[in-house]
Design a binder for this molecule. Structure first.
Ligand code: LMR
Length: 338
């Protein structure tokens, strides 16, 4: 079904740089409008990145290009944004890599539990040849990759702290739209439920789900902590974004604008990735000092038990992701590997 719509979308995408997308600038030249919806709060790594992008475009391409940012899911969900980008209804997205599962199995590598030791390892992998190649994976489906933006490492939230994997057993976990994440939660003997980001708070509040995994900045800004007593620092997986633009729209931009935009996007990507950890650290700090939350930090021995429980997920997805890709990612845990 989704594939059929992509074929139609590819045709529409060619017409994406249309009059409908443009408005008159002061000089009489049409202003090219880039609609950029996203689901997180403005004070998150992605929210700040989107706002910085808008600011720099206003400063350097003002009148010729404008970025309209729609944060916090106010325009649409991530699911709808994927379709809207393919159809050229919006021009830019920064959606969690986990949510591209139905479009490509290539990004699944990012969801493997305990694959990357930290954000620096992810960065080395993304900046290496294998990571850079992933940016072109969805080109034929109308998504031109412009960069990877970090959020951070994921933590667990539940009705109680999780010291050992069995503490999570039988709980209902909200997960993003990813089969790897589904397998990861099943490995814990728990029950995964794919659900959109905007629905999580209420689902926790009403008891429709018991637990979730996310970064500190998302746990804080979405106020998940208000409806969860147990916060556990596990750093068990990565949450980051594929920054993409509609391919037809991108290719039809005047060359000088494309060059200027590419430079701005590179600058913003560097800034997002430099600041993401700091934003997550601050959110964590605020949870403790201002909100009075207790965060359970797992000991190395406890982490080892979680690793062991979730490790079979790698084997389950090895064929789809590719042994070499996984090996390259693992090697990125050692500095200067790629
Ligand atoms: C989620 O659904 O948990 C994340 O993809 C939200 C986000 O964009 O960080």
């Amino acid at each position: 079904m989704f594939m059929r719509f992509l074929v139609v979308a590819a045709i529409f995408a060619l017409a994406a740089c249309s009059d409908e997308n443009s408005s008159k600038g002061g000089s009489g030249e049409k202003t090219i409008v880039i609609k950029f919806p996203h689901v997180t709060a403005p004070a998150t790594p992605k929210g700040q990145g989107a706002d910085l992008l808008k600011k720099l475009v206003d400063e350097r391409l003002g009148g010729r290009v404008r970025i309209d940012v729609f944060p916090a899911g106010q325009l649409m969900s991530d699911d709808d944004s994927l379709e809207a980008l393919a159809f050229g209804e919006v021009q830019m997205i920064a959606i969690s890599l986990s949510k591209f599962d139905r479009l490509t199995k290539q990004f699944q590598v990012f969801d493997l539990p305990f694959l990357f030791d930290d954000i620096e390892a992810v960065e080395r992998f993304q900046n290496g040849p294998s990571g850079q190649k992933l940016l072109t994976t969805l080109e034929d489906k109308g998504f031109t990759g412009l960069g990877f933006w970090h959020n951070g490492m994921k933590q667990f939230g539940g009705p109680h702290p999780f010291h050992k994997p069995s503490d999570a057993a039988r709980l209902k976990f909200r997960i993003q739209e990813s089969d790897v994440l589904q397998a990861q939660i099943m490995a814990l003997g728990a029950s995964p439920q794919k659900m959109s980001f905007g629905e999580v708070y209420q689902a926790l509040q009403t008891g429709a789900i018991d637990a979730q995994e996310n970064t500190w900045s998302n746990i804080y800004s979405q106020k998940f902590f208000e409806v969860q007593d147990g916060l556990t620092e596990s750093n068990h997986g990565y949450l980051g974004y594929f920054l993409a633009i509609n391919t037809g729209f991108w290719n039809e931009l005047p060359a000088d604008i494309r060059v200027e935009l590419s430079g701005i996007i590179k600058e913003v990507t560097d800034a997002v990735n430099l600041n993401a950890s700091k934003i997550n650290d601050e959110a964590r700090q605020t949870l403790v000092t201002t909100e009075g939350k207790v965060i359970t930090v797992l000991t190395p021995e406890e982490i080892a038990a979680w690793r062991q429980t979730m490790r079979p997920v790698w084997d389950q997805f090895e064929d789809e992701i590719g042994v070499e890709m996984i090996a390259t990612a693992v090697a990125a845990n050692v500095a200067h590997a790629e």
